[in-house]
Design a binder for this molecule. Structure first.
Ligand code: AMP
Ligand code: ZN
Ligand code: FE
Ligand code: FE
Length: 285
């Protein structure tokens, strides 16, 4: 069984449609894929119908922008009821923060002589519900200001760089609670990716487990072999589910190819047992 539990479509910052992500997953010989766009379930209907058509397992999910002690943490939420009002209210705040950040970002870029318009960004952002820095990065690439997303983040969009602007994110502990109330299961995405190791140490993960956290994403592109070994041991000690996934973003993140990291079948079983049937996966019992 080949199981990949973290992918993005162009409903957030991936470059393929939700249907294409599912088709590509089947072509990559995956048996199960989860669509986990940032802060939106907009791609679910398309992903679900395509999965039913091509016969691949599909788990509807979301990667929710959270905040823990003023540091960003991404929370994967699987099989949540996307209409649960308190969850919707919180996601609306996050999406509103994404939309309102863009004009400020453009003004900051203009201050350092980088001329980019909202139309430039809209031209590359397509049908996204969750505009973000990757779209600004793609617009900068299209204008020839930088070579790729990586350079855009490094030079202009990361914290401390001129184009970085804070946006609202949901409190991590509260969101873990909301995911459970919405019938879903919560897994922390790439807990030690991109220098975030200090944010989520063993004690913190233990506290989050007590608050309802189900698992952690151990096998991820941004984790070294040593980090994976340590996280696996922590998950074992704390009784957390261990997942692995590609974090596929299409052409937006070269190297994060579908199936490049996988989740073990018994770990998926555990997640499925914890979910409370708010929404159904496709082609899974
Ligand atoms: P935002 O959602 O606007 O806060 O942007 C965060 C997203 O940008 C994350 O989901 C990452 O996938 C992506 N990202 C962060 N750093 C980089 C980078 N150095 N290169 C490419 N993408 C990045
Ligand atoms: Zn992303
Ligand atoms: Fe992420
Ligand atoms: Fe992601």
């Amino acid at each position: 069984m080949r199981i990949d539990l973290h992918t993005h479509s162009h409903r957030s910052d991936g470059t393929d449609s939700a249907a294409q992500v599912v088709r590509l997953a089947a072509a990559a010989d995956l048996d199960v894929v989860a669509l986990t766009d940032h802060d939106t379930a907009a791609g679910w209907p398309e992903a679900t119908s395509t999965a039913a058509e091509v016969g691949i397992g599909l788990i509807p999910g979301m990667e929710i922008s959270c905040d823990h002690r003023h540091r960003g943490v991404h929370l994967l939420a699987y099989l949540i009821d996307p209409t649960y009002p308190p969850l919707v209210a919180e996601l609306d705040l996050v999406l509103e923060g994404r939309a309102s950040r863009l004009p400020t970002t453009l003004a900051r870029l203009a201050e350092v002589g980088v001329e980019l318009t909202a139309e430039d960004v809209a031209a590359v952002a397509g049908s996204t519900e969750a505009p973000g820095r990757p779209h600004v990065a793609d617009a900068l690439v299209a204008k020839g200001v930088v070579r790729d997303r990586d350079e855009a983040f490094r030079e202009l969009l990361s914290p401390g760089r001129p184009g970085y602007v804070y946006r609202y994110a949901a409190d991590l502990g509260r969101m873990i609670g909301l995911v459970a109330e919405a019938g879903g299961v919560a897994v922390i995405a790439h807990p030690w990716g991109r220098n975030s190791r200090g944010v989520l140490d063993r004690e913190t993960l233990g506290g989050l487990r007590d608050a309802g956290l189900a698992g952690i994403e151990v096998d991820h592109h941004d984790h070294s072999p040593a980090a994976r070994a340590e996280l696996r041991a922590i998950a074992g000690d704390l009784g957390l589910v261990v997942t692995g996934s590609s974090d596929f973003h299409g052409a937006g993140k070269p190297g994060y190819t579908l199936g490049s990291n996988l989740t073990a079948p018994d770990q998926l079983e555990r997640l499925m047992e914890l979910a409370r049937g708010a929404v159904q996966p496709v082609n899974l019992r």
